[in-house]
Structure formats: structure tokens, C-alpha cells
Design a protein around this ligand. Structure first.
Ligand SMILES: *Cc1c(COP(=O)(O)O)cnc(C)c1O
Length: 239
């Protein structure tokens, strides 16, 4: 399969799933997860019409982004360390995966220094997996008020990486939980939150049926990732 046909198939499945959840074709943003892929692959994706790209390591993004077309928008989707917040604020138009008040405060400080407001999504570990980053739902609600007081942070919604499953149907309850948690957050805030970032190559159709507004797709678009021997294993979200 080549890139163009992968993209055509994904777009078609996205539109069908959007219609099932009462939304228009094109209503869901496709975030092309380009980690490990070279600027040439990103350039080709940009020519095919993609605009939003996801990277999970600051070091990789720092080298790659300047070599890519300037009109692209980059989302950070990895685990951000506080000493990388300054660069993340510079390089990215959204930071997905904020999972503590301390990290949010550091991003707020760096955004203020850069005279910016930073769009972010809060990461939720919906299944409570010990090996994963992200807020437990109760912990998020406990910090919700304090997070919303940070003036340079624009909290646009929630994101999750559910447990790995071979049948995407088994991810559905986790997507439902994230959507329900967003509703609780909106009620406490008294305002709508635009985004739910959920769904990857194996389960994006189910995620969209349950209300995803951003799907993060790597493998189904670009093919399998090649990791250098020194890097961590596939499935990592670490920085
Ligand atoms: C790598 C990654 C993806 C993309 O995963 P695929 O299965 O290749 O589509 C999505 N979200 C996050 C947070 C990732 O780290």
C-alpha cells in the first residue's frame, strides 16, 4: 500500500464513522503521527493535503520541524519533561498529554515568557494502567480548578491512550469514559471543551463513533516505524 491509498482509505473510514456519530465529513482532525519518519515523508504527506502532525520527542522534533514545510501545525503527543517545556512551547501549536499541575505550571510559565497562550489537552489514564502516563480521572477533577486558573494555558480538552487491544471494540468503553469525563469537566467549567483526542491506527473508527475530534494515526498512514537500536521499543510515548 502506498501513502495516497492509505490516506484515501483512512479518510473514507473517518467520514463513515463521523456520520455514525452525527457529524459532517471532515469534522474530525487527522493528526499524522510522523515520529521516526523523515522530513521527505512529511513533505509528501503535506503535498497530499495533511496539515497536522504529531511528534513525541523534543529532540527529534527540534531537528525535523525546521526541515518541513512552514505551514504545518505540530502537536506534541509524548510525555513532556519539565526541562523541555520551553522548547515545546516554541515548536508546537498544541501540547497533548499534560498530566500534572506541576507540568501545567511550567508550561504556563514558559508560555508567559514567550508572550503566548498555549493550547493543551490533559491526558487521562482511563483504565488506571500502572505503566501509563496520564491523570486518573479523580486526580484530574481534584486539580481541575487550579489548572483552569493558569492564564497562559488554554485547556482545549482531553486525550487518552487506552490499553492495547487486538479487537478495537474492547477499547470502546475507555473512549466512552473519556467522553463522559469531558462532560463532567465542561459542567464544572460552565463552558464547552472542543477536543477529545482519542483513537490510533487500530481503533480510530471506534474512537470517532464515540466522539473523538482528533485521531492520532501513524502506522496506518506511513507504515511500520523503524526504530534505531538505541531507541525505546514501539509503543513508547516517553521523551
Ligand atoms: C505513536 C503514537 C500514536 C500513533 O500510533 P499508531 O498505532 O502508529 O497509529 C498515537 N498516539 C500516541 C500518543 C503515540 O505515541
Amino acid at each position: 500500500m502506498d501513502f495516497e491509498s492509505n490516506l484515501a482509505e483512512i479518510r473514507q473510514r473517518m467520514d463513515t464513522a463521523a456520520a455514525k456519530s452525527g457529524r459532517a465529513p471532515g469534522a474530525v482532525t487527522l493528526l499524522a503521527v510522523s515520529k521516526t519518519h523523515p522530513p521527505a515523508a512529511i513533505e509528501a504527506a503535506a503535498v497530499a493535503g495533511l496539515r497536522y502532525f504529531g511528534e513525541s520527542k523534543i529532540q527529534e522534533a527540534r531537528a525535523k520541524i525546521p526541515q518541513c514545510p512552514g505551514h504545518l501545525r505540530w502537536h506534541f503527543i509524548g510525555h513532556l519533561q519539565s526541562n523541555k517545556c520551553r522548547e515545546a512551547v516554541e515548536l508546537f501549536s498544541m501540547i497533548q498529554g499534560v498530566d500534572s499541575l506541576a507540568l501545567a505550571q511550567e508550561i504556563n510559565k514558559r508560555a508567559e515568557q514567550a508572550a503566548k497562550t498555549m493550547p493543551v489537552l490533559l491526558e487521562v489514564n482511563v483504565a488506571g494502567e500502572a505503566s501509563k502516563f496520564g491523570y486518573r480521572p479523580e486526580a484530574l477533577l481534584a486539580e481541575w480548578a487550579a489548572l483552569n486558573e493558569l492564564p497562559r494555558l488554554e485547556i482545549q480538552g482531553l486525550m487518552t491512550v487506552p490499553p492495547y487491544v487486538t479487537d478495537a471494540e474492547n477499547a470502546r468503553p475507555h473512549f466512552v469514559r473519556l467522553r463522559e469525563l469531558k462532560a463532567v469537566c465542561e459542567q464544572r467549567l460552565g463552558a464547552p471543551l472542543p477536543h477529545l483526542s482519542m483513537g490510533m491506527s487500530g481503533d480510530y473508527v471506534v474512537a470517532i463513533e464515540e466522539g473523538a475530534t482528533i485521531v492520532r494515526i501513524g502506522t496506518a498512514l506511513f507504515g511500520k516505524r523503524q526504530y534505531a537500536a538505541s531507541k525505546s521499543a514501539p509503543g513508547e510515548t516517553g521523551e
